[in-house]
Design a protein around this ligand. Structure first.
Ligand code: NAD
Length: 289
């Protein structure tokens, strides 16, 4: 159990850096910068994918929330529309070739192009080498690694016939940049996404398609719920190592909204000379040791 002192420290920590705040000027500037662009976000039904999709919609993009949780995606799309954005939900299993081909065909039918592709969908995994079966390994790779590549291949024709501002944004992880225990398939897949991003950026530069990734740190989403139902944030090891001893310099879990701004930047016209880059959005975790 966490000591009372630690609990006290967390409750009364004077430093609350990094909380999202928006000035009136920033708010007024938001609106139509992605107007006329079609954005497809895999795993857009909830969590980080939804936060990114909502931000892209806020900036004027017509977003497609492509997810295997179809009902959740429909509700999410409805909430974006209720806020004045343009959004639709489509079903997909990014682990399946036919399902991904059907998604690309439907986006083609609806919009005829795709300016922004966000490869966000993934599953969590906490398997270390001793507990891992090859079946589990291949399952995580099929979704988390091959899924992003499969979707990219299927959407390339739609990106190539799209208008200006063409972007691919992959959602990697700090786990793809650093090692940590009990995460062999997940870390392997995310490491692959990191270098897929760099290699793809080279291949697609002649097409004017910028390819970048964000590497989130610890973000409070349904993925943060551990196998036993508890939240990672409440684990003693997490609070001790990451908060008490400063391994998250900003001393808090990330929120999905913290991912949205950096994701938007990489999808925007402000990032037209940025490609092949991995932006860690992690409260400083990867800056320390
Ligand atoms: N939450 C974190 O702490 C964290 C940290 C680093 C990276 N990430 C990455 O961020 C991304 C989003 O994660 P999240 O935390 O929002 O997770 P989440 O579980 O809340 O959301 C993932 C979404 O992807 C969808 N999905 C999963 N498998 C799919 C499939 N085969 N086909 C279609 N949709 C599928 C789910 O239905 C869900 O809506 C993932 O790539 C994840 O690896 C998350």
């Amino acid at each position: 159990m966490a000591s009372p002192e630690l609990g006290e420290m967390l409750a009364f920590a004077p430093f609350q850096g990094g909380i999202w705040e928006m000035s009136a000027e920033m708010a007024a500037d938001r609106g139509r910068k992605l107007g006329g662009r079609v954005a497809v976000v895999t795993g857009g039904a909830r969590g980080i994918g939804f936060a990114i999709a909502a931000r892209l919609a806020e900036e004027g993009a017509a977003v497609v929330l492509a997810d295997m949780r179809v009902e959740t995606a429909r509700e999410a799309a409805a909430s974006i529309r209720a806020g004045g954005g343009e959004a639709a939900a489509l079903p997909v299993d990014i682990g399946d070739n036919a399902s991904v081909a059907a998604l690309a065909a439907e986006v083609d039918r609806l919009h005829g192009r795709c300016e922004i592709l966000v490869n966000n969908a993934a599953i969590s995994d906490t398997t270390g080498i001793d507990r891992m079966t090859m079946e589990r390994y291949h399952e995580v790779i099929r979704v988390n690694q091959d899924g992003a590549i499969r979707v990219t291949v299927a959407f390339l024709p739609l990106l190539r016939k799209a208008g200006p501002g063409r972007r691919i944004l992959n959602i990697a992880s700090i786990m793809g940049l650093r090692g940590s225990p009990d995460a062999i398939p997940y870390s392997t897949a995310k490491g692959a996404i990191v270098n897929f991003t760099r290699a793809l950026a080279c291949d697609l530069a002649p097409d004017g398609i910028m390819v970048n990734a964000i590497a989130p740190g610890f973000v409070d989403t349904p993925m943060s719920i551990l196998a036993d139902g508890s939240h990672e944030y409440n684990a003693d090891w997490f609070r001790d190592i990451y908060v008490k001893y400063g391994r998250i310099p900003l001393r808090r879990f990330g929120k999905p909204a913290d991912m949205a701004g950096p994701a938007y930047f990489l999808c925007s016209d402000d990032a037209q000379y940025v490609t092949g880059q991995i932006l860690s959005v992690d409260g400083g975790v990867s800056a320390t040791f």
